[in-house]
Design a protein around this ligand. Structure first.
Ligand code: FMN
Length: 168
């Protein structure tokens, strides 16, 4: 089986997931590992992105809309986490981009740390509205995200990959 790992990552969280996936796949089967580009031919695609405004990155949006009749295992990191409901919403948003001829064989989501600039923005907002519960919750979430993806996220990811490979 020919397998491609195609991912979009700015600060390295999604890339560390992609590298973990690469580590589980046999070298003989891996035909592509890298960012989205044209003409990647594989039987199974592991496709991953960071979360940008409730969906995947713009480059990934363009890439996935070109795919037809492919088997796809989808993964994503998000600044907000700890909620399957939230991850499901993100997944649904991304799935709308795929042509219906594709087969989605699985999905994996976990939290990913955010840049300091995000915290600075929250702190500025909090200065203006010190009682705002949403900003306080966002700051708490920022701290929780700091350690992700962690080893447990990556172990869970490796198990997910093995399950996908067994079932396709
Ligand atoms: C411009 C921008 C928009 C973002 N939008 C969201 C969002 O809507 N929801 C979310 O949970 N995280 C959001 N994030 C957080 C990132 O998706 C998260 O930190 C991710 O793990 C980054 O992945 P990377 O290290 O692979 O680039 C955003 C980050 C940036 C910089």
């Amino acid at each position: 089986m020919k397998i491609a790992v195609v991912y979009s990552s700015i600060t390295g969280n999604t890339e560390s997931l992609a590298k973990t996936i690469k580590g589980v796949i046999s070298k003989d089967e891996l035909v592509y590992f890298g960012s989205p580009q044209e003409n990647i031919e594989a039987d199974l695609y592991f496709i991953g992105s960071w979360t940008d405004k409730g969906c995947c990155s713009e480059e990934m949006k363009s890439f996935v809309s070109t795919l037809k009749n492919k088997k796809i295992a989808y993964f994503q990191t998000a600044g907000f986490g700890e909620s399957e409901v939230y991850f499901k919403r993100l997944f649904d948003n991304v799935m709308k981009l795929f042509d219906s001829s594709n087969e989605i064989v699985g999905s994996y989501f976990c939290q990913g740390k955010m840049p300091q600039s995000v915290k600075d923005r929250y702190l500025m907002m909090l200065e203006k509205n010190p009682e705002d519960e949403r900003i306080i919750a966002s700051l708490e979430n920022f701290e929780k995200a700091k350690t992700h993806p962690d080893q447990e996220d990556l172990n869970r990811l490796s198990s997910w990959v093995l399950t996908i490979l067994k079932n396709v």
